[in-house]
Design a protein around this ligand. Structure first.
Ligand code: KG4
Length: 339
């Protein structure tokens, strides 16, 4: 089954053709990051406009790269939530019109379910159940993936997402948007151990996380240093920051796996590219005898193929939608239209 898939929830416009949920026939992505970098973060209105400009040509490219014609497309999958509402609406409206014109089913896909499914593209043997650590620019979730379309949230952030926190800290350190990768590169130049950054504990729900205090601590350190005319050890701060984010995520991911009785842990999302978090996950999983799947860099960030992968399993579960399908800025991962 060949699925034409669309993703437009933030600042990447993406179209892909995926066969049977696992084989990527094409994966076309147009990033707007350079445009948003001028403003130090994503400007929602610009994101929507750029998606409108890119999506038709990108669709042609995805079909051409895959070597398939429109009539060979069996279904259309699309991110319907969560994300910047205007941006999601562009992809959703376009996907609806393509599905209608081709007379094929329309499959709504939750963006974070897509990030998890990116691992199916990289690891043919991977099957649920497993515990997923989903860490991206807008989401931070510990998800018990009981089956391809049956998911339960075990922990989440109470405030900012991990990626958002990386981006804000990077901005304070004068690094370009998106800041996660430059922060990672800077952190690798130092052993850290210089700055004492806060760790959090959510008393009523220990698997929940918080990143706003960490973000504020970096902002305060930078402002205080500036006021006193002192030099910050930027590399050490980046290293200590990565260690602090990892300390929020990794022990909770291990505890969530323990509580859910899972012996397989899967990382997903843009922040899963972080070298410190990857190393800490590897060490913790080795220590506790948990099998770890780390997505290759190519599948960490937003792409259309991951939507095609998850779309296949949603289709098998009967989760298709009609033309009344709406876009949502926020939506629980365990809640799927048609389910
Ligand atoms: O998954 P993604 O491409 O988009 C969303 O679905 O949100 O994630 C983007 C986020 C950004 O916040 C970016 O700074 C972060 O992933 N990121 C990283 C790294 N590479 C990308 N964060 C930490 N370390 C990295 N190496």
């Amino acid at each position: 089954m060949k699925i034409l898939a669309f993703e437009s929830s933030c600042d990447e416009t993406a179209a892909a053709v995926v066969e049977d949920g696992r084989r990527v026939l094409s994966d076309a992505v147009a990033s707007q990051a350079d445009m948003h970098a001028l403003y130090g973060g994503v400007v929602p209105e610009i994101a929507s406009r750029k998606h409108v400009e890119a999506i038709a040509a990108l669709t042609e490219k995805a079909l051409q790269d895959a070597g398939v014609t429109r009539s060979e497309i069996d279904a259309v999958a699309v991110t319907y939530a969560p994300g910047l509402i205007g941006a999601v609406l562009v992809g959703l409206s376009f996907a609806k019109s393509v599905a209608y014109a081709l007379g094929v089913p329309l499959i709504p896909v939750h963006h974070v379910r897509g990030h998890i499914a990116a691992n199916y593209l990289a690891f043919p043997e991977l099957q649920p159940p497993f515990l997923a650590l989903c860490i991206s620019g807008g989401n931070t979730l510990l998800v018990d993936v009981k089956d391809y379309t049956d998911m339960e949230i075990l922990g989440t952030t109470r405030d900012d997402a991990a990626g958002e926190c990386f981006d804000k800290a990077a901005r304070v350190l004068g690094l370009p948007y998106p800041g996660g990768k430059p922060m990672d590169d800077l952190a690798r130049q130092s052993q850290g151990g210089v700055y004492d950054l806060p760790r959090t504990h959510v008393a009523d729900h220990p698997l929940d996380m918080s990143f706003s205090g960490l973000k504020t601590a970096v902002v305060n350190l930078a402002h205080n240093a500036q006021q006193k005319g002192e030099e910050l050890d930027r590399a050490a701060l980046a290293a200590d920051f990565a260690a602090a984010v990892s300390a929020e995520l990794v022990p909770r991911a291990m505890e969530a796996a323990r509580q859910a009785g899972r012996k397989v842990l899967v990382a997903a999302g843009g922040v899963a590219a972080n070298s410190r978090i990857r190393a800490d996950l590897e060490e913790a999983c080795r220590r506790e005898g948990v099998q770890l799947y780390l997505p290759p860099m190519r599948w960490c960030g937003d792409n259309g193929a991951m939507i095609g992968a998850q779309g296949y399993y949603e289709y098998l579960a009967g989760h298709t939608a009609g033309m009344e399908l709406n876009a949502y800025a926020t939506r629980d991962i365990s809640d799927q239209p048609g389910q």
